[in-house]
Design a protein around this ligand. Structure first.
Ligand SMILES: [Zn+2]
Length: 287
């Protein structure tokens, strides 16, 4: 599944289309997770003026050439989606559901939305902002995400959060884009057991955890930049940086740090691998 790093890589890969004008809109299959809007064709003659990533969403802003009218397109790649650029005349492949053709004044470029499993979406942001975007937590690579922020979230309430730290850092309303891989790896690097009740984690451990979450995501974004086509093959698996994963997917293997056998526990139905030696479970506050 495309995760935050792949979506960030996609956002970066779209930069050459900035300031280009939409020449043609072709919708071959509107039935994605939600239907592609009927009036997507109204993007014709609009210029792409901004590309943002928010969580795992791409937000493309278009402006009417020479006018003030603006349209914002919200794209999510779902389980298996990708956006690929081809020179004009490239044949539509199976599962290319939408093609936007851009004109830079000299040449045309086709942007293909490809999605075998069709869990993705292309929607007008205005129609779905409240439903999909407004409630999202902070971006993990922004300055808003800090140990203070996490500590505040865990403790500044009637009853501190006692559920496992792993489920806290994966909660989209707290911080977005920390998928299972990144949560598992960063907890290992921080020597924190994934089941540790969140309120028992000290502020300095949260500092370490935040730093590792950023590091793991950043490393993955850097790798994603050079292997984009691997995930566009997309059968629902992101496999391309698994060789660099320390514990994720390594149940029964040896801990790369101490050699202890890596164990697995399910948290919120998700596999959570950890090293029982490097990540001892704390269940009580230290006196
Ligand atoms: Zn270990």
């Amino acid at each position: 599944m495309p995760e935050l790093p792949e979506v960030q890589t996609t956002a970066t890969s779209l930069q050459p289309l900035l300031n280009q004008t939409v020449e043609k809109v072709s919708v071959f299959q509107p039935k994605l997770r939600w239907a592609v809007p009927d009036d997507l064709v109204s993007l014709i003659d609009y210029q792409l003026v901004d590309i943002e990533r928010r969580a795992k969403y791409l937000i493309l802003t278009f402006k009417r050439k020479g006018g003030a009218a603006q349209k914002k397109l919200l794209i999510h790649l779902g389980m298996s989606g990708s956006l690929q650029q081809h020179s004009v005349g490239f044949d539509k492949r199976k599962h290319d559901h939408v093609i936007l053709t851009f004109n830079d004044g000299k040449k045309l470029t086709q942007l293909h939305y490809h999605d075998p499993r069709r869990f993705g979406m292309l929607l007008w942001l205005d129609d779905y902002e409240d439903k999909l975007i407004t409630h999202l937590g902070v971006e993990p690579l922004s300055e808003d995400f800090s140990a203070d922020y996490l500590y505040h979230h865990i403790h500044n309430r009637k009853k501190p959060i006692e559920r496992p730290i792993k489920s806290v850092i994966m909660a989209q309303e707290i911080v977005v884009g920390v998928g299972n891989i990144y949560a598992t790896e960063s907890l290992f690097l921080s020597k924190i057991h994934p089941l540790t009740p969140a309120h028992l984690i000290r502020h300095e451990q949260l500092t370490t955890l935040v730093a590792h979450i950023r590091q793991v995501l950043q490393t993955s974004i850097e790798k994603g930049g050079s292997t984009l086509k691997d995930f566009t093959v997309a059968d629902g698996q992101t496999g391309y940086f698994q060789q660099t994963l320390l514990v994720y997917g390594h149940k029964g293997g040896d801990c790369p740090s101490c050699g202890t056998t890596i164990e697995n526990v399910k948290i919120n139905q998700r596999a959570s691998t950890f090293c029982p030696t490097c990540q001892p479970l704390i269940t009580q506050k230290k006196p």
